[in-house]
Design a binder for this molecule. Structure first.
Ligand code: ATP
Length: 231
């Protein structure tokens, strides 16, 4: 199957995963994320958060159980079609040697300059870009090494807003950034997550507070499910 748009209803049904059959990594993972919800995944390092997300975009496939997207088994979609609608923002998104504009446009190559700048405004990235020596035409070094890590995140958020995925995977950065940048990142992320089903490997308390569902992952299982009030 291929679809132009996904609602973003995601259900894991008794999902099992391992790299080697003698060492289970995910055991009996079941949950239902309704379209538009924000799901925060929390838990210790090595507990399986990244693996859950890698199964969602079919980087790997489940060994047992089913992953349903909009009511269909995720393996019944064309892989490209599915991935086109799932956006991924990692802790440190790779920026390439090119202008700020080109780096944002990478989310949608057909975007006009106006669309790029609009996305940057929604991402709260415009605030710092406008003060760069050549604004949107400022050259970034390979890896974005001539701007701060927080600023790289803001560009990654702008890129993802331009990409406009139906389902979002977000690995929140752990590194601390200055207070103003932190505020902008938080607002940009809120705008990015709005209206999309979002799975966040969460490190910020604010993200966890605002999540519709929080899953506490431990040793490859969901230890607890709830929200900020119930957990
Ligand atoms: P972190 O917070 O550190 O990112 P995590 O909760 O995301 O951790 P995962 O990355 O999903 O945890 O890892 C779950 C388990 O799978 C760990 O025990 C890890 O060692 C193991 N693992 C991850 N990738 C592989 C791999 N390619 N081959 C074998 N084992 C792996």
């Amino acid at each position: 199957i291929a679809k132009d748009q996904f609602d973003g209803d995601v259900e894991f049904r008794n999902v099992e995963f391992y790299y080697n059959a003698d060492k289970p990594i995910l055991k009996n993972i079941s949950f239902h994320a309704k379209a538009g919800e924000t799901i925060a995944l929390v838990g210790p390092t090595g507990s399986g958060k990244t693996t859950i997300i890698q199964l969602l975009n079919r980087f790997y496939d489940a060994k047992q159980g089913q992953i349903m997207i909009d009511g269909e088994d995720s393996t019944s979609y064309q892989l490209d079609n599915l991935r086109d609608h799932i956006g991924v923002v990692l802790q440190d998104t790779y920026l390439f040697s090119g202008t700020v504009r080109e780096n944002i446009r990478y989310g949608k190559l057909s975007a006009t300059d106006e669309q790029v700048e609009k996305a940057a405004k929604i991402a709260y990235a415009h605030n710092f870009i406008k003060y760069l020596p050549q604004g949107y035409d400022t050259m970034l070094a390979s890896g974005g090494m001539n701007i701060s890590q927080g600023q790289r995140q803001l560009i990654a958020i702008a890129r993802a807003i331009l990409e406009d995925p139906d389902i979002l995977i977000l690995d929140e950065a752990t590194s601390s950034v200055d207070t103003m940048t932190e505020v902008h990142i938080q607002k940009g992320l809120n705008n990015l997550m709005k209206g999309r089903t979002s799975f966040v490997i969460a490190h910020r308390l604010k993200t966890i507070e605002n999540a519709d569902q929080i899953f506490v992952i431990k040793d490859g299982t969901i230890l607890e499910k709830g929200n900020h009030e119930t957990l």
